[in-house]
Structure formats: C-alpha cells, structure tokens
Design a protein around this ligand. Structure first.
Ligand code: DAH
Length: 341
C-alpha cells in the first residue's frame, strides 16, 4: 500500500514538470485532489475495503499524501501565477521615455487663409460675396468695363480666348457688371476668384486669384475707398499700417488710383521690401467710371461707386516675404509648413 502512495507521489512530482500554466495546474490538482474523482480522493473511498486492523495506518498514509500534495500543488500554483503576472507586466510594459508618435496636422493653404481673412475684414464692413464664373464673355470682361475691342488697355492683360466671344476672365472686375445688372443700389459686394492671363515669371502666373470690391450708392467718394482700405491694411498687415493713393489709369474707373500701404516691415523708414521708399504698392482702385454705371442701367447722376481689385497671391507674397509666386502653387509641404507657422 505504501508503495502505491509513493508511486502517486512520484507521479505528481514528475507530472509537475509538464505544467506550463495556472490553468494546467488547476486541472492537475483536480486529477489528484478532487474529492470524488481525484486519485487521492479515491484512495479515501477505498477505506471501507481495508481490513479493520490496517485502517488506521492506511488512513494516516493517505492523509499524509493528501497534505503533502495540497502543499506541493499549492506551491506550483503560486509559482505559476507569479510567473504569469510577470509575463503580463513584460508584455504590457510601456516605455514612457519613448518620444510620442508624431501626428501630422493639415492646414489651410496660404491663399485660402488670406482669402478668408479678406472676406472676414470686408464682411465686417457689410460686404456680401458674389462669385462669378471663370469663363466669361468678351463683353463682361472688357466691353462693359469700358474697354472696347480697339482699346489699348486690352494690351495690359494678355487674354486666353476660347472663341472670339468667350474667354478665361482676366479680372474679377467682370463680376461688377453681373452684379450691377441684377441688383439695384445700394450695392456692396466682394468677389473672389481665379483669373487667367498669358503671363509667366517670378511674380506672375497664368492663373492667380483676385478679390474684387464694389460699392455703389448715393454720394460715394474716394474718401470712402481710402477709409475702407485703411481698415483692410491694418487688419491684414498690422495695426498702424496706412494707405496712400497715387493717380493711375484703369478704363473702368475715373479717377483711378494705385494704392500703396506704408511698409509694414520697416514702418516707413525704407528697407529692402519697400525698396527704400517706405511704401508698398498693393492694389488698383478708383471711382467707378460713369460709363460703366450707365452700361449697367444705373443712373450715374444719382449714384456713384468705388471699386478695387486685390491680388491675393501678391498679398500673400508680401505678407510672408515670398519672392516667387510659384512657391504658392507647387504645394511643397516644407514651404507650406513655414507659411503656416
Ligand atoms: N482689374 C484690375 C486688374 O486686374 C484691378 C482693378 C483696378 C480692379 C482698379 C478694380 C479697380 O476694381 O477699380 O489689374
């Protein structure tokens, strides 16, 4: 009998080497110690078949084996659980000294940013947005703007013609006519959009973006124009930036002006950006030519208007100090990142 007990003990010791998880230890424990089905449990049940005079010794032996097995397997269980916990710690370990993974963030393109800023500034002064079409007729782009077929001012803008009648608009000024034909004064619109000219060098591109402004009402003068543009330059180029008007020529305005702003780089002292003059040319503008009002059926004795055309790329180039317009169209992320900083 003792030999049998010893055999079970050895079996348990040998079996322990095969165990790899606490779950296996649990099954192993059941196999030997389960009250009804375990090998040691069954030995207890054998008691009734043991002759009376051997019962005491048999019971003692089985009991000793049971106590030993409980402790031995309990120890195994403890060790296995400790190892499993350690493994889990290892596998879930986080190295908090590692640099965080970089997430790239997208941004609006500088042209879109400037466009939105301009819209914000002028919307604050009560302007509404009118978006014209990129394909225009010769009439809206030129003729109605007081630039008939043989007018020399047409040479100021090299045009992409699609047919004798249709063309890619060379200026957002074309939108002025559509608005004035369809709306009675007072008019206060802002018209952003792409324009096209056969022109290509460091500061010109065949496609660029303009923002047209038009105000038509009773008693509108150049003073109103300058007042609005002063707000515009101080919001875009910084507080304290001022404008000055110089005489110029555009067929659709009379008088016409070229608008400069005080150099926001040097504050007017003279620097590389303003070529030592203290002033930077930023846009064309003027009082709407009476002929243009009349072309749209607006009584020019009763109403007057002002108009201006802002080049958005030029505004961005000045603001960000870019000397080549192509940088704004190449979408080189390294460049765009700098412009968004
Ligand atoms: N259309 C002109 C251009 O593209 C810019 C311009 C000048 C617009 C004077 C105006 C204006 O509305 O009054 O060069």
């Amino acid at each position: 009998m003792n030999a049998n007990l010893e055999q079970i003990k050895q079996e348990i010791i040998a079996g322990a080497d095969e165990l790899h998880s606490s779950k296996e230890v649990y099954e192993f424990r059941k196999k030997y110690l389960d009250g009804k089905t375990g090998k040691i449990g069954l030995l207890m049940k054998e008691m009734k078949n043991i002759p009376n005079d051997q019962k005491a010794e048999y019971g003692k032996g089985v009991n000793e084996l049971k106590v030993w097995a409980l402790e031995f397997i309990g120890g195994l269980d403890e060790k296995m659980k400790a190892k499993e916990l350690q493994d889990r710690y290892e596998s879930e370990r986080i190295d908090i000294s590692l640099p965080a993974e970089k997430t790239e963030q997208g941004n609006l393109h500088p042209i879109t940013l400037i466009r939105n800023q301009l819209i914000d500034v002028f919307a604050g002064m009560g302007f509404e947005i009118f978006e014209g079409t990129e394909i225009e007729t010769d009439y809206y782009n030129f003729t109605a703007l007081n630039t008939p077929q043989d007018h020399p001012a047409r040479d100021m803008q090299d045009t992409f013609y699609l047919s004798p009648e249709f063309l890619l608009r060379t200026q957002t000024s074309a939108g002025q006519i559509h608005v004035m034909e369809n709306k009675k004064p007072p008019i206060k619109i802002l018209s952003p959009g792409k324009v096209f000219r056969s022109d290509d060098d460091a500061t010109h591109s065949p496609m660029f973006t303009q923002m047209e402004g038009l105000v038509v009402d009773k008693g509108i003068t150049l003073c109103d124009l300058q007042g609005m543009l002063d707000v515009f330059v101080s919001k875009i180029y910084g507080e304290g930036t001022k404008t000055r008007l110089r005489p110029s020529y555009f067929p659709f305005t009379e008088p016409s002006v070229e608008v400069d702003c005080s150099c926001f780089e040097c504050g007017g002292q003279g620097c590389k950006l303003c070529k030592g003059t203290g002033w930077i040319e930023i846009l064309g503008a003027g009082v709407v030519n009476k002929k243009v009002l009349e072309n749209c059926g607006i009584d020019s004795d009763e109403y007057s208007g002002l108009a201006f055309g802002i080049g958005i790329e030029r505004t961005a180039m000045l603001k960000y100090g870019i000397n080549n317009i192509k940088l704004l169209f190449e979408s080189d992320v390294r460049v765009l990142k700098q412009l968004n900083d």
